[in-house]
Design a protein. Structure first.
Length: 335
């Protein structure tokens, strides 16, 4: 199986022995998933794919499980602050002197790695470049910075929100989410009629906390482990209860059904537009809604969600449109 992504194609042509190495924040790539070594990733979909191939896969919150690999490869993310966090996490959780390779696309900011490593006092050498990607190598050291320092809080809608690099809306309330909250205030039935509510793609937990404060029993899911942890911290910071789970759309929910599903669904995977998760959210929503259950979502006005909503539900309403964002709602038919 040959690598498909440019960064993995660059790695595949290296002469080095990667047996037993730790692959950090990797993309979805069959060459990696069917290869050797283990992975640590905040992407629940990546973890599930590796485990399906019998591979060891860990969340960054399972730090003690990664052991002492002979080396690690960090796939540099689009979010520069998140790349810095992964470096601090590696320095804190792997032995000093462990070989570390860093790979990424030129357009994804891999060249910034040189300044980041220099600021941490870590040397660096370039190993290879091809397919508009670069591969660097260094060795981990004790940098004396706690990766937990990346967790911060901010306030919005009368709530304290926990946030972390790589979480949607990092450090601020997204305008689309704000518009959705305004319409939910006016249109979502209260907890006496809509008790169990699902927050799909929970991010920093703003929707989950808002719903919990209103009295709903909230389940919040996100494919991103940092988002799940942020939501847990947000609920705790506000003295609210709710269940936050790592889930690739509905994968962790079984046959659970809800009185309402609310979402500001993602449409980017790194730099690429990706309607896959939002498409699954809409298509599979009828199977996770109670009779007359409601779906509420906000999206950029240009996104092609009307056709998906029409196909899945047979109709929908646009209850807000500020030219930039639209809020859609639709209802499960009684069967």
């Amino acid at each position: 199986m040959s690598a498909q992504t440019p960064v993995c194609q660059l790695l595949e042509r290296q002469d080095g022995d990667y047996r037993g190495w730790l692959w950090v924040a990797p993309p979805r790539d069959a060459w990696l998933e069917q290869g050797q070594g283990s992975t640590v990733s905040a992407d629940h979909g990546v973890l599930e794919a590796w485990r399906e191939h019998g591979r060891e896969a860990f969340s960054p919150f399972d730090a003690g499980a990664v052991g002492e690999p002979p080396g690690a490869v960090l796939f540099w993310p689009k979010a520069h602050a998140l790349g810095e966090w992964w470096l601090l996490w590696l320095c804190a959780n792997l032995p000093s002197g462990t070989r570390l390779q860093l790979v990424g696309e030129n357009q994804g900011g891999i060249k910034r790695v040189l300044k980041v490593l220099a600021a941490l006092g870590l040397g660096c050498r370039k190993l290879d470049s091809a397919r508009r990607c670069i591969l660097f190598e260094t060795r981990l050291g004790d940098v004396g910075i706690d990766p937990d320092a990346a967790w911060t809080t901010f306030e919005a809608e009368g709530l304290v929100l926990a946030t972390h690099p790589g979480v949607f809306g990092h450090g601020k309330l997204d305008a689309g989410t704000k518009l959705l909250l305004e319409r939910l205030e006016a249109g979502l039935p209260g907890p006496e009629r809509a008790r169990d509510v699902l927050d799909m793609g929970c991010g920093d937990g703003i929707l989950a906390a808002w719903l919990a404060r209103r009295g709903h029993a909230v389940t919040a899911v996100d494919v991103n482990a940092f988002a799940v942890e942020a939501t847990r911290r947000t609920l705790a910071a506000n003295g609210l209860e709710g269940l936050a789970l790592a889930s690739d759309v509905y994968s962790a929910l079984g046959e659970s059904r809800f009185a309402a599903i609310v979402s500001n669904p993602p449409f980017h995977q790194e730099r690429s537009i990706d309607f896959g998760p939002a498409g699954r959210l809409i298509r599979e929503a009828p199977g996770h809604l109670q009779p007359e259950g409601e779906l509420w979502l906000v999206a950029n006005a240009f996104l092609p969600y009307p056709d998906l909503l029409e196909s899945a539900f047979g109709g929908f309403q646009i209850v807000a449109d500020d030219r930039r964002f639209r809020v859609y709602t639709t209802k499960q038919a009684i069967r």
